[in-house]
Design a protein around this ligand. Sequence first.
Ligand SMILES: O=C(O)CCC(=O)C(=O)O
Ligand SMILES: [Fe+2]
Length: 312
Amino acid sequence: MAYVPIIDFSPFLDPSSSPEVKKQAALEIDRACREVGFFYLSNHGVDEELRQAMLGRARTFFENATEEEKQAISIKPAGTDHGDDARGFQKVDGRGKGAHEAVDFFRPVETAGPPYEIGQGENLWPSTPSDLRTVSEKYIDALFTLATKVVQALALGLGVDESIFLTRIGEAFWNLRILGYYPKPEGKQAGIGDHTDFGILTFLLTDPQKDSLQVLSKDGSWEAADPIPNTFLCNIGDMLSKWTDGIYKSTRHRVLHNSDTMRISVPLFFDPDWDAVISPVLPLDRNGEGREDEGVRYRDKFVQAVKYSIVT
Ligand SMILES: O=C(O)CCC(=O)C(=O)O
Ligand SMILES: [Fe+2]
């Protein structure tokens, strides 16, 4: 029995499903969030052709982009030139953590720059492949629709008024990342060091390779989270953990990639609005108003994440 549960999301997409059926599915998600922090979502409504197009474009980038092109779109320090410390290409050499290459794109933020503050610059789209941007934008749109529905399902499972969540994700800050794990980098481990994601929910799309991603279980063992066809692997980020006063866990995970083939993955991080303040909505006797004094402004969390390089 796999450690991470599979959740059938169709009750939330089928307009004819009864409130009881929806509630049942919401409670299944709730349980996965409390106990594991990860779940596979099946029957999620995102077109398989679009998912494969997204994955395929990411692979084309890592297989074909030249070093010059990677250099041209590499992340530059905020405040200099057009840099913002966050958007663009990076080669992570590992140093005991895990070697990989990544390109990060973020929701555009209204900004006065250049020069730009952290995270507030322009996306640096590569020209290989030439339609990476159009495919990504279509993919992000589809994921946005899905993520909003998942957040509604979370509210239902928690018994919280969904507007508390929806008013803070109307312009949710997203981060689309394309990742390439090259096989057997010399003297290094291909992968990503263990970490938690820091937003609300991550929707992971990967190629079919197994034995790469691992999830830390409650009893301290690392459990495989291998891809399951036609599903998204979803996990909880720190902001959702904060929102639920730690009842939902942002679970640590890592990638150790040892095969001879390059592995491609595409996480979409779905985060709160850039300026949203996230404070605990639980327990419910607080009327879901949250404790503003304990609130975290998402953009401050983001800046901190970039500064201390938890943007892995
Ligand atoms: O590549 C993966 O499977 C996971 C990537 C990940 O955890 C991340 O980028 O935060
Ligand atoms: Fe992650």
